[in-house]
Design a protein around this ligand. Structure first.
Ligand code: NDP
Length: 244
């Protein structure tokens, strides 16, 4: 059955690939991100392929903006079946570099952005007595390495928030499902946003050899959505087969 699916960070990478795959199956997509030309292009690609999509310019660090994204879904399609908290970035650097601005942005986008998404959609899902949060964490939620301390902290936070949400919704018998997706290296614009040149070069080399297509992540997300509503896949860890 066709679902109304909201995706943050839908203007590139995993968000874009997931939007396009789900639209091809007949789901109705509502896309949020900050770059309007990218969003317009993706909506027109989806419509050209026979799908249905809308977008709202969204900054996930701004609660009002995230609520406006939810309202766009309600105004256009009348419900929110799936909310995918996907916006995120990883400007890796060692602590000695003192990139405090990057640390704060990661906390704002990767962590607060997810909380704002939950706040924007949960009451609607409770009223509907159904819904599904898909929160994009990372393999870095489960491990940490030099330069990745703040990123791993935010993604471990996403994991913890998701598990608490799952437990609360289970106890409330709300029929709201929660899935955390923890990808390994995926070929997106991800590495472009690293501001430390040494870290960026090392990551670019690693990704050139290892990263998989974001379509792989999209396929696994579609599978979690398709599960009958009485069951939920609560976590997916998906890496390139060759990633150590
Ligand atoms: P991309 O850089 O391709 O996509 C990131 C998306 O987030 C863009 O659409 C960007 O859009 C959006 N975004 C960034 N900041 C904001 C903001 N303040 N408000 C709204 N949207 C924002 O990277 P990926 O597709 O790889 O990243 C998607 C998710 O996957 C992230 O959470 C990332 O941490 C996670 N991930 C990625 C991995 C990888 O190897 N690629 C591995 C593990 C996890 P715009 O600039 O238009 O706002």
């Amino acid at each position: 059955m066709s679902k109304v699916i909201v995706i943050t960070g839908a203007s590139s990478g995993i968000g874009e690939a997931t939007a396009k795959l789900l639209a091809k199956r007949g789901d109705k997509l509502v896309l949020g991100a900050r770059r309007e030309t990218k969003l317009q292009q993706i909506v027109s690609d989806i419509e050209a392929a026979g799908g249905t999509a809308a977008y709202a310019l969204t900054d996930v660090t701004d609660l009002a903006s995230v609520k406006a994204l939810a309202q766009t879904a309600l105004d256009r399609f009348g419900r929110i079946d799936v909310w995918m908290n996907n916006a995120g970035f990883m400007p890796a650097s060692e602590f000695i570099k003192g990139k405090v601005t990057d640390w704060n942005r990661m906390i704002d986008v990767n962590l607060r952005g997810v909380l704002y998404g939950i706040d924007a959609a949960l009451a609607t899902m409770r009223q509907q007595k159904s819904g599904h949060f898909i929160n994009i964490a990372s393999v870095a939620a489960h491990t940490v390495s030099p330069g990745g301390g703040v990123y791993s902290a935010t993604k471990a936070g996403v994991w913890m928030i998701s598990e608490a949400l799952r437990q609360e919704e289970a106890a409330a018998k709300s029929n709201v499902r929660v899935t955390v997706v923890s990808p390994g290296a995926v070929a997106t614009e991800f590495v472009d946003h690293v501001t430390d040149e040494g870290a960026k070069q090392a990551l670019a080399n690693y990704y050139a050899q290892t990263a998989i297509s974001p379509k792989r992540i999209a396929t696994s997300i579609a599978a979690t959505i398709d599960l009958p509503a009485d069951a939920a896949i609560n976590e997916i860890v998906i890496r390139p087969t060759s990633q150590d």
